[in-house]
Ligand binder design. Structure first.
Ligand code: PEP
Length: 252
């Protein structure tokens, strides 16, 4: 049984002070988890204070992005050693907003994921099709190609995949459990081709409008090992409800 992983992607939301207030509300109910990995990816500027506020809890920190280079002339960028200094254990790479708005290619995503693993951290590699691609019937081809290219050189140990259909992100239009499971099973098959025996231990999160009222049905699917959550992770109450739902999947 794979240990579920629930991750909050706060995107460009919350100051450091907001992050501390979130932790104060969230930790009493959800701060100690034995059976589920709970991860928060705040903006870079909130990492330090959030780390302090999370001290003593089981919640881990992630970054939303990283530059694959170790240092140098990359104005505005953040390196892995900077993230390590703030206790990050995970780094989200290839989020669809990075791919669509900032033109990140799968080759760049792979370079980041390789660098993340090289630093001893865990990449959360995001893939997913647009609505246009789904309507054309190209979902599996698109996701398959993104996986092959985004995982070039990446090892199967300490790897998390997030399947996030672009049409479901921030839209309130969640994939049905059947649609999500179909793609997750395909991702698992693809991972078997790439990583043989370790493929079954790679965790595959679903992301896209996950909320407390739709999470249980998604988490009941055999290849869905957790969620990457944007909107519903911004409020302590809803994120804490999601922790309980994912934890009960782990226990059941
Ligand atoms: C995301 O940004 O990764 C995401 C899934 O957002 P939302 O939950 O708001 O759809």
């Amino acid at each position: 049984m794979r240990r579920p992983i629930l991750a909050a992607n706060w995107k460009m939301n919350k100051t450091a002070a907001d992050a501390v207030s979130f932790a104060e509300k969230f930790l009493p109910s959800a701060g100690q988890q034995a059976a589920v990995d709970v991860v928060i990816a705040p903006p870079f500027t909130a990492l330090d204070r959030l780390r302090g506020a999370l001290g003593g809890s089981t919640v881990e920190l992630a970054a939303q992005n990283v530059n694959a280079e170790p240092s140098g002339a990359h104005t505005g960028e953040i390196s892995l050693s900077m993230l390590e200094e703030f206790g990050c254990r995970y780094v989200i790479v290839g989020h669809s907003e990075r791919r669509a708005i900032y033109g990140e290619s799968s080759a760049q995503v792979a370079a980041k994921a390789v660098a993340v693993q090289g630093a001893g951290l865990r990449p959360i590699v995001c893939v997913g099709e647009t609505l246009e691609e789904r309507d054309r019937g190209d979902t599996l081809a698109v996701v398959g190609q993104q996986l092959e290219e985004s995982l070039a050189g990446v090892s199967g140990g300490e790897l998390v995949i997030a399947y996030e259909p672009v049409w479901a992100i921030g839209t309130g239009r969640v994939a049905t459990p059947e649609i999500a499971q179909e793609v997750h099973a395909f991702v698992r098959e693809k991972l078997r081709g790439l990583y043989s025996e370790v493929a079954d231990s790679v965790r595959i999160q679903y992301g896209g409008s996950v909320k407390p009222d739709n999470a249980a049905d998604l988490m009941a699917q055999s290849d869905i090992d957790g969620a990457l959550v944007g909107g519903a992770s911004l409020e302590a109450d809803s994120f804490s409800q999601l922790v309980s739902i994912v934890a009960s999947r782990a226990e059941g």
